[in-house]
Design a binder for this molecule. Structure first.
Ligand SMILES: [Zn+2]
Length: 420
């Protein structure tokens, strides 16, 4: 009986030792970390495990359960199972890719001072969240009223707090030229050897404000010589924008010549002296060339038929007309010497010398557009009593910028100058 108990005790001890030895010799562990991170969209590669007892490999007995889905952010578990032991590996699917953030429009934008910046925006696309443009936060310190370079910063973060940022440079610049305003008339007539005293001017700029003191005044007027001269007023603002303005100075020989509002008037009442012989006026001629070019590009040919005519030429012409038509008749369509506008160098006959020229397309174009080049149809239909001449749709007279005012009013030069 005692012996039986001993056997039981010893065999119990024996098996306990065997079990302890087996437990001691048993090993089941994971390869790699028990917590691993996998990037969103990547493949999880099984790192494996080792299970053995003494040197017997038990790997084949291990069952793996996994629900890892790398197309979804989250924490997953992989369970490695032996009948008597479990191991767990935690797999975290993470997103570490920043959103793609791109500017809409240019990275550098130049804008005029005082103008308004219209936000051009940006576009953000994330690998996980998709379009997250609406999450973009825009910051700027833009001051459109001060010259300088400013930055607009666009920032966005995705649901995993990955950030992206871009910036746009706004250059606030001044490209607006200053304005020089002349005091007094921009067309001045002075007699030979009389000097013109400048009536003054003001220069203003959108940024620099009053820059009158920066205006440079230049002229090459020879008051001892009759002719057309210009005083040139010019200046730069602090952003190097340039402007210039001119005052026309007409130095005339004879006091017999009539200028009203700076415009030379010649008709049956106001005459020119025989020695007034300025030749064709270059400003008027250039305006005529522009007019002819534009007419041509609209399909109308307006050839120059007669321009400057000296007193002598007019005398010959008129005498010729008078000998064939009689004085009275001749003077309805031709001027006496000294009374012709052609002697001013400011008048031209163009197109065709014919009463129905005004009804042609070219004549209509001339009538509607001459003012845009500084010309007026000098002898209007129905105004014979005022001008002293019959309707001449081909005769244009250069008067400069007031042409449109005269045209729009539908009046003659005499009416405009108040001598009708
Ligand atoms: Zn004429």
């Amino acid at each position: 009986m005692k012996r039986k108990i001993l056997i039981i005790v010893f065999s119990g001890l024996f098996w306990a030792l065997v079990l302890m030895g087996a437990l001691y010799a048993f090993s089941f562990r994971l390869n790699g970390q028990s917590k691993v991170e996998v990037l969103y969209g990547d493949n999880y590669k099984e790192l494996g495990y080792k299970a053995n007892i003494f040197s017997i490999n038990l790997n084949k007995l291990v069952k793996i359960k996994s629900n890892v889905d790398t197309s979804k952010i989250g924490t997953y578990k992989i369970i490695y199972e032996l009948p008597f032991k479990l191991l767990v590996r935690e797999v975290e699917v993470v997103d570490k890719t920043s959103p793609e953030l791109n500017l809409v429009g240019d990275g550098v934008v130049e804008l005029n001072i005082g103008s308004e910046y219209q936000e051009l925006g940006a576009k953000a696309v994330d690998n996980v969240d998709g379009d997250i443009t609406s999450n973009i936060v825009i910051k700027n310190n833009l001051d459109m009223n001060n010259l300088g370079e400013y930055e607009i910063v666009y920032k966005v973060s995705d649901s995993s707090s990955n950030e992206a940022s871009v910036s746009r440079t706004i250059k606030v610049v001044d490209k607006v030229a200053p304005i020089i305003s002349l005091k007094g008339s921009s067309k001045v007539v002075v007699k030979l050897n009389e000097e013109y005293v400048d009536e003054g001017f003001i220069a203003t700029d959108n940024v620099d404000l009053d820059i009158t003191s920066k205006v440079k005044v230049e002229n090459n007027i020879d008051y001892s010589k009759a002719g057309t001269y210009y005083i040139k007023y010019s200046c730069y603002d602090s952003s190097s924008n340039y402007t210039e303005s001119f005052r026309k100075i007409e130095v005339i020989e004879s006091i017999d010549i009539t200028y009203i509002k700076g415009i030379l008037l010649v008709n049956k009442k106001y005459h020119l002296p025989a020695d007034y012989n300025p030749g064709v006026n270059s400003e008027a001629y250039n305006a005529l060339l522009n007019l002819q070019n534009d007419a041509l590009s609209n399909g109308y040919s307006l050839p120059l038929l007669s321009g400057f005519r000296s007193y002598e030429t007019q005398k010959y012409l008129f005498n010729d007309y008078a000998s064939r038509n009689g004085f009275e008749k001749a003077n309805t369509f031709s001027a006496l010497p000294g009374q012709s506008e052609h002697q001013t160098g400011l008048a031209f006959d163009v197109g065709r010398i014919s009463d129905d020229f005004g009804n042609t397309d070219a004549g209509k174009w001339l009538s509607k557009n001459a003012h845009r080049y500084g010309f007026i149809i000098r002898y209007l239909k129905g105004k014979e009593d005022i001008t002293g001449y019959k309707y001449e749709p081909w005769h244009i007279r250069y008067v400069g910028e007031v042409a449109s005012e005269i045209y729009n009013a539908g009046i003659t030069l005499e009416e405009y100058l108040g001598v009708a």
